[in-house]
Design a protein around this ligand. Structure first.
Ligand SMILES: [Zn+2]
Length: 464
């Protein structure tokens, strides 16, 4: 690792005062971007596809980077070869810590659909390609860069800043966050956390809004299992498992579950109404109207999902030969629960709707899975610092709180009382689709903006 990015502190202080952005010392954000991109390339080149993960190679790389700057770190390796890495910058102890976290593992690739080598970190026309370029090595690199700058510039912190790059986010396992918070909470305990999440969609180079996630839905799958008598396919039977399952799945998939707003979604839709064209604005002002919800179901399905616990049939399993009636048929429902959902009651309602004694409603095994977590507040110094930093880095935009329909490891933190916020690197809609898809990519300039946003938010809350 080179040290070419370091400038003397005095020069930097003068620079930041000259630009009048803040009295807190700031790095040269262009050099900072270049270094973050350099880290991201190195990280993308390490194949941490999960399964199997092999995150230790990336954790050790980061350990090396930190060591060059004289920062001690620790590998947390509950499963061999699958390390997470944690490091800490000390504040004066007057306030509780901030955690900067991101995950090291990535989802596997189907190379046949990529136009570049997914593990080469190719940069073309200001765009970096590779698995993890957005999800989530971009945030690992940005957090690492912010952490190094705070250290190099001797920023006087009131709070400890903890860096965590974790293993096993993409598939739950004993190497992931469930076990880390259980075994190493003393190393991670904090008041605020920044993690993946949020939305920052670029349209013609601009972002309508910067979404900071303050809440997320809880994945809690359900299996529907129908049992009947087996027999020859030439003789129809009233207890045919496949027929009973099909009717149950259809009812579940068409169920318009009860809708309700929480603090986050209420503020989100109110904010969205202010920045949307008139027709859409009217929808968002009236999201509780069932007629509006029907429109959203077709035109804005993600907003429809934000309003309720959703039920989506995703897998069917039955039979092995066309002339044999199978005794069992199973269907899997992807259920994403609102943060305050009473899941036992919810399953009872579903069973009531299906109303078929032959069909059992079975909750999925949730070992190491995300845990129920309360939303984080919109009225904390951390949320405010993110919004203040947004105004500096993305001045044409506004900050809105969002509830994610997908799940992140923030749930483990929120469940322990941490106010956790999800943020993301700005991307176009198309770049966004490359997450878990093909030709995953990120604009290197946006890595710079993202790094700056985090730096300003952390110094905004961590120095006074
Ligand atoms: Zn991710």
């Amino acid at each position: 690792m080179e040290r070419k990015f370091i400038l003397p502190i005095a020069v930097l202080s003068l620079l930041s005062i000259a630009f009048g952005e803040s009295t807190t010392v700031q790095p040269d954000f262009r050099q900072s971007r270049d270094e973050a991109v350099h880290f991201l390339r190195d990280l993308v080149r390490m194949d941490t596809s999960n399964p199997p993960g092999n995150e230790s190679q990336a954790a050790k790389y980061i350990q090396g980077v930190l060591k060059q700057d004289g920062i001690d770190s620790e590998l947390l390796e509950p499963v061999s070869g699958r390390a997470s890495i944690v490091a800490r910058l000390r504040g004066n102890g007057s306030k509780r810590p901030i955690l900067l976290m991101a995950h090291l593992d990535v989802v596997p690739v189907d190379r046949s659909h990529w136009t570049v080598d997914p593990f080469s970190g190719t940069v073309k026309d200001g765009i970096l390609y590779g698995r993890g370029a957005l999800d989530d090595k971009a945030m690992v690199a940005a957090n690492l860069e912010v952490f190094l700058q705070l250290h190099r510039l001797h920023v006087q912190l009131t709070r400890d800043v903890i860096f965590l790059a974790e293993a096993s986010e993409e598939a739950s396992s004993p190497a992931g966050m469930a076990i880390l918070v259980e075994r190493y909470w003393d190393k991670l305990n904090c008041e605020f956390a920044l993690n993946e999440g949020g939305v920052s969609i670029l349209e013609n180079g601009k972002m309508a809004y910067v979404g900071v996630s303050t809440a997320e839905k809880l994945p809690r799958g359900i299996t529907l299992r129908a049992e009947g008598s087996s027999g020859h396919g030439s003789i129809p039977r009233p207890d045919d498992a496949v027929t009973h399952l099909a009717m149950a799945v259809a009812k579940a998939g068409n169920w318009v579950t009860p809708s309700r707003l929480n603090e986050t979604t209420r503020a989100f839709f109110a904010g969205l109404a202010k920045i949307s064209p008139p027709e859409e604005a009217a929808w968002y002002r009236n999201v509780e109207d069932p007629k509006v919800q029907e429109i959203l179901r077709v035109k804005k399905p993600i907003y429809y999902s934000m309003l309720r616990t959703s039920v989506v049939p995703t897998m069917l399993k039955a039979g092995f030969k066309s002339n044999v009636i199978p005794p069992v048929a199973e269907g899997v429902l992807d259920v994403r629960a609102l943060p305050d959902e009473d899941l036992e009651k919810f399953r009872a309602s579903l069973a009531g709707l299906i109303d078929d004694p032959q069909v059992k409603v079975i909750p999925e095994d949730t070992a190491f899975n995300m845990v129920p977590s309360p939303p984080s507040s919109l009225h904390t110094p951390m949320y405010q610092a993110l919004e203040d930093a947004q105004k500096k880095v993305f001045p044409d935009s506004i900050t809105l709180p969002v509830m994610q329909t997908g799940a992140t490891d923030s749930s483990f933190l929120r469940a322990r009382g941490v106010q956790a916020y999800g943020i993301s690197v700005p991307r176009t809609e198309e770049e966004g689709r490359s997450v878990h898809g093909n030709d995953e990519r990120v604009e290197t300039n946006q890595i710079g903006n993202f790094t700056k946003w985090i730096y300003l938010a952390v110094t905004g809350i961590g120095t006074n």
